[in-house]
Design a protein around this ligand. Structure first.
Ligand SMILES: [Zn+2]
Length: 124
C-alpha cells in the first residue's frame, strides 16, 4: 500500500527521532481543497517532527503568518500529495485560512517586542 492509501486507511508512518518508525492513527479530511490528517497522538507526533526542542501542547505562541495567538496543541497536520507519495507538515491551527507552519511560531515574550505589539498581538 502506498503512503496516500495508508493515510486514507487512517495510518501515517513517521520516522522517530530515535531512528525507528511508528504509526500514528488518524483521519484524513479535506478542508477547502487541502488535505489534513487529524490525530489524537499530538504529543508523540510533535516530539518526533518538530524541528525545534518540542514545545508543550499547552504553550501559547504567535503565528507571524496570521498574526494570531495559537495554542501549540491545536496544530494541524497538512498533507501534500505528490503522486502517490505524501509529505506531512505541522501547520498553523488556523489552516487552511493561514498557510503558516511551525517555523512561523514565536514565543510571545518581551524578547519579541520588536516583532509584535504586546497589546494587539499583531506583527508590527
Ligand atoms: Zn497562522
Amino acid at each position: 500500500m502506498n503512503k496516500l492509501d495508508r493515510l486514507k486507511a487512517g495510518e501515517l508512518e513517521i520516522e522517530t527521532k530515535k531512528g525507528g518508525t511508528m504509526i500514528i492513527k488518524g483521519k484524513l479530511i479535506e478542508e477547502q481543497g487541502k488535505l489534513f490528517f487529524n490525530i489524537k497522538a499530538k504529543k508523540e507526533y510533535l516530539s518526533n517532527n518538530s524541528p525545534f526542542k518540542p514545545d508543550n501542547l499547552a504553550d501559547k505562541k504567535i503565528c507571524i503568518h496570521c498574526g494570531k495567538e495559537i495554542v501549540v496543541g491545536d496544530y494541524k497536520i497538512l498533507i501534500e500529495k505528490n503522486g502517490n507519495s505524501v509529505v506531512d507538515f505541522i501547520a498553523c491551527p488556523n489552516a487552511p485560512e493561514c498557510d503558516g507552519s511551525i517555523i512561523d511560531w514565536f514565543d510571545f515574550t518581551k524578547k519579541n517586542k520588536l516583532f509584535f505589539d504586546i497589546e494587539t498581538k499583531k506583527p508590527v
